[in-house]
Each structure stands twice: as C-alpha cells, then as structure tokens.
Write a protein that binds this ligand. Sequence first.
Ligand code: GLY
Length: 271
Amino acid sequence: MISYGVVVHGGAGSSGELSEGCRAACEAAFRMLAAGNSALDAAVEAARLLEDDGRFNAGRGSVLRMDGETIEMDAAVADSTGKIGVVINIREVKNPVLVALAVTGTPHVALAGRGAEAFARSLGFAPYHDFSRKAGGRGGTSSDTIGADTIGVVALDRRGIFALATSTGGAAPMMVGRVGDTPMIGCGFYAGPGAAVAVTGLGEESIRKMLAKSVYDMIAGEMDALSACEKGIGLVAPGIKMGVIAISRRDWSAKASGPMAHCGMICEKAQ
Ligand code: GLY
C-alpha cells in the first residue's frame, strides 16, 4: 500500500530528454508530501515548475495557435475532497495552474477567457509575455518543439487524499478559442476517493472517450492502476498520441501510446 506518492508526466510525445525536468518536479512534490503538505499543494508546485521550465507545452512553453501569435492556456486542479478549480483559454499569465488553484477559493469551478484574466489580475498575477512562442508540435516545424503536449501531476498525501494538477498550451494545430480536455473534468482529469488520474494527448479524442473518468472507474472497480491505464490507452483510436498517469492506494502507473517523459515516486506504508 502507498502511504504517499506523486507521478508527473511531461506530455504525450515528450521525449526522454525531458525526463530530468519531470524528475525535478516529482522530487520537489515528493519532498513536500514527505513533510506533510497536502497532495493538492504538492501537485500544484510540481505543475508550476513544469510551467516555468519552458520546454513543456504549458505555461512559458505553451505553443502558438494557428494565427501564429496567440497563446491561450488551460489548467485544472482537483482533489478527492471535492475541490476543483479550472481556467480555460487564459492569456498572459505565467502560471495558469496557480490561477486554477485560486479558483477553488471562489464559489465557481471554472473561469474562462477575459474573466479568468481579470480574476488573475485582481489577485496580483502580473501580465506575462515572456513565452517561448513555439509553433505547435503537430502543425509546426520539428525544430520548434520537442513534441510535448500538456503536463500533469497526480498525488496521494499522508492523510489519504488524492489530488492532481494539469496545464497545457493546447494541442496543435488549433484554432484560437479551441478548448481541449485538460480543463474538462472526466476527460483530462479526475480525482475521487479511489485514485487521481491525468490524461495527455489529443483532447478531442480524450473528450469523446471521457478518458480520465473511464480509467478512474476501472481503478474504483478494484483494477490496479497499471492495468487501468493500459486499458484506457486501448480505448484510444489507433495512431493518436495519448498518455495517462494514475495513482491509487495500491500502485501507480504512467502509460502512453508512444514516448512520454514521466517520473513516479512513492513511499510504501510500513506493514
Ligand atoms: N491535451 C491537450 C489538449 O488537447 O488541449
């Protein structure tokens, strides 16, 4: 059985060279969990580090939309106590995941577009413009990006609470205003009393399959996380890049239909 632990991914299609970035984020979250911090705070901190990294498609590293100039980002946080905070198509903030966390302190679950930005400014999040401004992985040139898509973190804390944080600059190519799975509960993320699940890959496919909830339900039905993630990837149409990470009370898993940088660290319960 797991006492506490965390799993981080760097996006469906992210190459091994990004693993060290995932490891650094994972270690930071793991240290927080070991010190007794909540799964939510640990997951958000790992996601913040990946947003700041610049090599992942989230935060600073978010890819451009089809107009070649717009960056719109999505992020979500949730835990198994029922906290949920989401931002959709937010612009000009450095850390969408921190704004999503702040949404959990409002009566709402999700804020989008200009309203989300106004909310961020009201809390002191400064306008941010220093993005890497990469063309999208699937639509841009190969030198623009190493193919990362979304970052995600799932965690279990010492109190037995599951939490997650996800963040993305979106898939590519994508129209201005398009929304993927990352901010959609049950599609890009899900947390409940049995597990936390985060999905990466083509949002349109993950939304159609409600992939995060599908994997969660398998784990809640007593399947181990490894098998559930494998079966989840099996639901995806052939040829589509997709990845799933999950942590349950028994095990954790990171599965993808192709490469996906990731890292997992757990502390087992003494028997
Ligand atoms: N998985 C990220 C997106 O499709 O937007």
